[in-house]
Design a protein around this ligand. Structure first.
Ligand code: ADP
Ligand code: ZN
Length: 756
């Protein structure tokens, strides 16, 4: 880790001003400021920060405040496009070049780069190292190189990309341009590879905390996981999420089961054509699909900041993978959930997979990593501490935001047990692996023990009163507690940490937990129910209702502009708007995530929506139905509420009304929603929402296009049977999915108009 760079002190002030102006954020996150100063000081820099930690800002701000173009190397085409779009939405000139870009476009980009009009240029590694391109770059004024996902350079890692290894030549071609390498992988070997392979010159290394405190960590037993998932999603009807499965087949069947329950779900795996995958991904980004059921092939190219939850249907094969996958939830910093289903059968299946057809050394490594994953799943102590220990970090306290923290298991004073294990390790010069250590403690007389003379050491047999499995659990708890770590590159030997030394000297207490796998299941279910009840309670609050309204406005705008909703504003920003209810320019600009450009583009529309929503008011009885999605969101579905007192709509709000009117004009001309969508270049679901909303406001709709009289009668009968004001989802199920939500909503509006 490095001290502050030698950049002029006021460069940080300039950087902070740019952060506010372009991103709307008031402060740098921990480390961002130091990293930016290091780069502005001209130093090669390595940034190790978790997914969602805010790496992009670290090179984008230096790019913005420096002369010239920052060249960003990024491995995935989809990611480039999204990042460039997000930059432009913030008013920062950016472009990308990869195999998907046409020759003409590419020439335009080239000219913009030469003329100094670009601030950031994203390129794929293949593109970058092509001889012609390097020559071209030499004519460009380059401020710095940013190598994103830099762990791809390491063959140790799980995402090794051969193209990355050629990036080493950058240093020769551009000896004096600073290089910044960024990754969410923190392990020592990867770090070393990045430094050497990129030929970094005495780089400053910034290792940020890998904690993602906003992600609630849950593990549930693997029985009946499908119903568990339905239950989970049912409580989060509008929140986007990803379900990771091991096999393609499972992805498909799970997605299908969700669809049958009326959930907008799609599947994604490597067995699909690029077109199919692209279209599923696009719909997910656009919030047209709520759920993606995917193999781990999905996600690396996804920057979607409003993924609110991640479920692991199967046990991941190691903690790196797990952590990276759950890191895709809650990137905007707002609360998010990670749920892992765990059964021992999963471990067996996974063990087979990770050891089959690989060299013995690799198999051993894979298996050891899988065991750490298993220990995490079986843990009886704060799960976040375990994760962070894995990345050599100590939180210093329990997190309070995992299932174990909420329902602590029984513990006992484990100092004697721990000291036996630590001392046995010391007496083997810290050379033995877990299994051998346990054998020594239990006084076994096998080849491994005898050949090293471990039967002669003082702690030999000191733990023979405990069965193997108990020791296995306790040693893993010690690992999880940060008393030991495993040196993979030294035959998996257990090494004692600083903390371990303190325990050995009796300076730190150790609590161990009795290992009771079955009892735990019960408790966790209860914990989840409690969390769900809290979530349900929150849904009815005025703030939640305003959030929902803003979310819909965001969706409408995003569809019109053909960009993902989270690029318009993040969930975190919308939540702050819902809480603070800004109705002036100054108040709106004070919201985190509202920069100048976004204020100019969207500010008025959102202020207008907030004013129209009015001050917090009691929730009408109608809204209490926990419907999915509700009949009665806060757009009035009956005749339009009197709005005489509302101020005259500013331009962008008129746009929102205007777009509905355009849709209605086409509707009146006899066009179907599909035709209107085609003609207007919008999605069908947007057109349908225009029709619904317009109809609810009292516009003329040819209802018979969508519902016959007998349809209406059938739906009315079903509503009556369900007690008059049923949830949409209940109605949908009751009618055995005969009508889609659009039809059911229209029928609902009609019923309301007739005063039911
Ligand atoms: P990473 O690349 O490390 O996964 P990103 O750069 O995508 O993370 O940042 C994650 C989210 O955090 C983005 O929505 C980003 O706008 C936001 N963010 C970054 N820096 C800040 C900051 N200083 N204040 C508030 N939000 C920030
Ligand atoms: Zn915890």
């Amino acid at each position: 880790m490095s001290s502050v760079a030698t950049a002029p002190a006021d460069s940080l002030t300039t950087a902070r001003q740019a952060l506010k102006r372009f991103y709307g954020y008031d402060n740098f996150r921990p480390m961002q400021g130091d990293i930016i100063q290091s780069i502005l000081g001209g130093h090669d820099t390595i940034v190790l920060m978790p997914t969602g930690g805010g790496k992009s800002v670290c090179f984008q701000i230096p790019a913005v405040v420096s002369q010239g173009v920052c060249v960003v190397v990024s491995p995935l085409i989809a990611l480039m496009k999204d990042q460039v779009e997000a930059l432009k939405a913030n008013g920062i000139p950016a472009a990308y070049l990869n195999s998907s870009v046409t020759q003409t476009e590419s020439q335009d980009v080239g000219r913009a780069a030469l003329s100094g009009h670009l601030k950031l240029l994203y390129v794929s590694p293949e593109k970058l190292v092509g001889e012609g391109f390097l020559q071209f770059l030499k004519r460009v004024n380059i401020s710095l190189f940013a190598i994103d996902e830099a762990h791809c350079i390491s063959s140790w890692g799980h995402d090794f990309r051969p193209e990355y290894t050629q990036l080493g030549t950058l240093r020769q071609h551009f000896p004096s341009t600073p290089i910044i390498a960024l990754t969410a992988t923190a392990d020592r070997l990867t770090q070393r590879d990045i430094r050497t392979q990129l030929n970094l010159h005495d780089p400053r290394v910034f290792l940020s905390s890998f904690d993602r405190p906003n992600i609630n960590l849950l593990v549930r037993p693997g029985q009946d996981r499908l119903n568990g998932i339905l239950d989970f999603i049912g409580r989060r009807p509008t929140e986007a999420g990803i379900i990771y499965c091991l096999s393609r087949k499972t992805c498909e069947t799970v997605a299908q089961k969700l669809q049958q329950k009326g959930i907008k779900a799609g599947h994604y795996h490597a067995g699909m054509t690029p077109n199919q995958r692209g279209s599923v991904q696009e719909k997910f980004l656009q919030d047209d699909l709520q759920v993606i059921v995917a193999t781990i092939a999905f996600g690396m190219g996804i920057d979607k900041s409003n993924v609110r939850w991640v479920i692991h249907y199967n046990l991941p094969k190691n903690i790196e993978g797990y952590y990276q996958e759950i890191g895709r939830a809650g990137r905007d910093g707002a609360p998010a959930t990670a749920l892992l289903f765990y059964s021992f059968a999963d471990v067996m299946q996974m063990r087979e997979m990770v050891t089959k057809d690989v060299p013995p050394r690799q198999a051993q490594l894979n298996q050891a990593k899988l065991e750490r994953m298993q220990q995490f799943a079986e843990a009886a102590s704060c799960r976040r501490r375990i994760l962070l220990h894995y990345f050599s970090e100590d939180l210093g306290h329990d997190c309070g935001n995992c299932d174990i923290c909420r329902n602590p298991p029984t513990t006992f004073d484990g100092i004697l047990l721990a000291q036996k294990a630590l001392s046995a390790s010391v007496r083997t010069q810290q050379r033995v692996s877990i299994n051998l250590l346990i054998d020594i403690l239990r006084g076994m007389r096998n080849q491994a023990v005898l050949s090293h003379g471990y039967d002669q050491i003082k702690t030999y047999g000191a733990g023979q009163d405990l069965p193997y499995l108990d020791w296995y659990s306790y040693v893993h708890q010690m690992l999880n507690d940060g008393l030991f770590y495993i040196a993979y590159e030294e035959g998996y030997s257990l090494k004692i940490t600083e903390r371990g030394q303190q325990v050995l000297k009796g300076q730190l207490p150790v609590m161990l937990k009795k290992f009771q796998p079955t009892e735990k299941a019960e408790k966790q279910t209860r914990a989840t129910k409690k969390a769900a009840a809290e979530a349900a309670a929150a849904t009815g609050s005025p703030e939640a209702r305003l959030f929902e309204r803003l979310r819909q406005l965001r969706k409408t705008i995003a569809d019109e502009q053909g960009m993902p909703p989270y690029v318009v504003f993040s969930d975190a920003t919308l939540q702050e708007m819902a809480r603070e209810q800004p109705t002036s320019r100054v108040a709106m600009l004070a919201v985190s995530g509202v920069g100048m450009k976004k204020f100019e583009t969207y500010g008025e529309a959102f202020i207008k929506a907030i004013i129209q929503h009015g001050p917090p008011r009691p929730v009408p009885a109608l809204d209490d139905t926990p419907a999915v999605p509700p009949f009665t969101d806060d757009e009035p579905l009956g005749p339009p509420a009197p709005r005489a007192t509302a101020p005259k709509a500013p331009a962008s709000e008129r746009d929102v009304n205007g777009t509905e009117e355009t849709t209605f004009q086409l509707h009146r001309q006899g066009l179907s929603p599909e035709q209107i969508a085609e003609q207007r270049g919008l999605t069908v679901s947007t057109i349908k929402s225009h029709l619904e909303r317009g109809y609810a406001k009292g516009l003329d709709l040819r209802l018979q296009d969508f519902l016959s009289d007998s349809d209406l009668a059938e739906i009315a009968a079903a509503r009556a049977q369900l007690g008059g004001a049923p949830g949409l989802r209940d109605l949908f199920d009751h009618l055995r999915e005969k009508y889609d939500y659009f039809q059911l909503r229209l029928a609902g509006v009609k019923a309301q108009r007739q005063g039911r």
